[in-house]
Design a protein around this ligand. Sequence first.
Ligand code: CTP
Length: 403
Amino acid sequence: MSVLRGKKILLGISGGIAAYKTATLVRLFIKAGAHVQVVMTPASKDFITPLTLSTLSKNPVHSSFYNDEDENAVWNNHVELGLWADLFVIAPATANTMSKMVTGNSDNLLIATYLSAKCPVYVAPAMDLDMYRHPSTQDSFAKLEAFGNVIIPAESGELASGLYGEGRMAEPEHIVAFLEKDIEGKLPLRGKKILVTAGPTYEPIDPVRFIGNHSSGKMGYDIAVAAANQGADVVLVSGPTHLTINHTNVKLVRVTSSSEMYTACHDYFDGVDVAIAAAAVADYRPKHVADQKIKKNDSNLVLELEKTTDILASMGEKKNGQFLIGFALETENEIEHAKAKIRKKNLDLIVLNSLNDAGAGFGHDTNKVTFINSRFEEEPLALKPKEEVAKDIINKIKEHYNV
Ligand code: CTP
């Protein structure tokens, strides 16, 4: 999944021959799952039509402050457009546009929007090699970078003039790859390793039967995705669920029983920065697992159960700097019980679900939780989708690392 998925990209096009390549660029942004709007300088319309770009971006193209052929025209709000964007990509950026960006000469909508934008701005220059090398252009690069813009380096090759050298706009595929790499490199949890447990465990009775529970695994999977989206390397140890996960930063380790989950967690625990136990691990398992299917007879069947190892508590015991987060599902004296678990399992944070809250816990897409930290400070949250609860949990990790 591309890091551009769901991002609002504003593409600014200025008047260079490389503008013809922006049709492909818009296609690639859309394919990556981004929302795209286009703002063009008047000169760029000589190289590619607004109709092409509005069709591909599925949005009207902006190119002037107002439509002077329409007497009911409204003023195009460059401030709104600038604030809409999560990232602003100016490609191609001509020498002229870059010098206007440097001086703040906002005589067209693209520059006015640039001056209003609060998001990261990427600039993909395109020009002839002598223009590219000229000290004034090099000065523009230095100033644009000093303003915090990111330059996507031009490439070498045959230029529209017939000359050969540096100045070609980076190929659309390279622009997308550059953006992905740059954004991923700046994600707040980049370099952090996070272990997440999810789903139920199945404890075997005989070769065909088990003791299980109704956990869907959704909460743990949502946490894994939220952490990975912030740049963390995630190991997701999952009991049996119907869920799948497809994220380059998530390694999925499937297990069935609590003892398999225990082994998998301890395979990774020493090497992680954070561990989050969202699995509904069975507390008891059959003491003897029958080799053959148990046949029914006329009397009752009594299964002797033994306690499973508490995986979370075992990580708490072994903890060596890891930030450890557990869950608690309670039906009475919730806060008191959750606080006791923080102490007993040596946790840094507990996420308390109360079954007394409608829409919380098993079988719902929503959850209502209270965070309690190791200083026993309580933070009750509103009922919200599990994806949002997952993001709140990840925000706690970011707070911990001050990122
Ligand atoms: N947990 C675990 N291994 C177990 C049991 C629980 O890792 N064998 C973890 C769960 O993933 C959860 C937390 O412990 O993060 C709390 O589990 P919960 O069942 O609410 O509490 P218990 O400690 O099992 O206590 P009780 O059942 O008495 O409430």
